[in-house]
Write a protein that binds this ligand. Sequence first.
Ligand code: HAM
Length: 419
Amino acid sequence: MEIITAVKGFKDILPPETDKWRHIEDTAKDVFRAFGFSEIRVPLLEKTELFRRGIGESTDIVEKEMYTFFDRGEESLTLRPEATASIIRAYLEHTLHAAESVTKLFTIGPMFRRDRPQKGRYRQFHQIDVEILGPDDPCTDAELLIMVIHFLGRFGLKSLNLEINSLGCLQCRPAFREAVVRFVRGGEEGLCGDCRRRIDTNPLRVFDCKVDTCRQIISSAPRLTDFICAACREHFSEVGACLTRFEIPYTVNTAMVRGLDYYTRTTFEVTTEFLGAQNAILGGGRYDHLVRDLGGPDISGIGFAIGLERLAALIPEEARGGAEGPFLFIAALGEKAVDKGFSLCNALRMRGVRVEMEYKTRSLKSQMKRANRLNSAFVLILGDREIDQNRALLRNMRASTQEEVGLEGLEETIIKIAR
Ligand code: HAM
């Protein structure tokens, strides 16, 4: 019979890769705690309207990538393609803004986008998503970026580029948008079909097109820098000044537009050449109208999301942490030995020591092979004859030494070594 495979673009994460993921998540929680963030958990399924309104009707995500279905023909629901809209929905639904003027939240979990799967791009992928709701000052933008760099620094990653840009505000962006439309209309026939369509719906997305001819055309298009209002300019230059003050290298990428419509002012991405075409480890930015657009009060926000698959791909196996083998492998030889070993194994596990053993007695050689494969620190060799003599052999696998130990008080002896 044929086996059933996973859905295309949906990936299993197997051990020991899961150890690396846990290490990343633990590090995130550790770093975020220091910066005052609390965890929020939001559902995977939301009303479709939330993403239409939040992310924007004319974005690729909403136009063609959402897993949307009618729940028994009654209500349109969507598997979340990102977490920001859901977090703000929860923030408003539970009036978190009434309790605190600054709310710092993070969540970790799967997102779903029906994009064309390729290396680094999946249909179910995972994000560590972080949001600060409340303040709109440039120091908050810098605070978030400092945290990003500190977090990535914990994995010793090299060759990361922090790119920042300002997308302006509702005052200055319309004139920029119009100028871009005027500009691309001049070379319209050189653009790909998608970009030609975008001229009317979402012209700034042309900046993000990967097609060579479009890239060439857009490379000399007007930039927001030529239209940015004084308030946005000052905000952006203060973000830059803060980053310089804390010695965080960055480059300004005036062509960065991001794929979601809610951004205003500061946007950013961290990229690396090691990821190939899908080179962004994380992306984010400020959104000063999203809370209001989702029916809430006038509250600013800024956040980012890290792609866990992409970050994990950059972290070497040795750095995964917590993946060491068992402390003890019990090699039991004979029925009595298995019986005795099973009791000891259980007692030690109850006290938090990682122990492995086999219940079918196999040769010492094959059990030692398995202990080696598991990378066990110690092996307790327990034979029926040794049990009759009230003793066993404890082998230190790292030092390649062994000693005789008495069965009396053996649990305590091992606990002492383990602690
Ligand atoms: P985004 O740029 O769409 O932003 O996604 C953030 C990160 O998620 C990307 O940089 C990438 O690492 C990862 N990612 C996105 N799509 C895929 C995929 N198909 N496969 C694998 N990884 C992927 C957002 O989602 C915003 N909600 C970020 C944000 C939070 N902005 C403000 N707050």
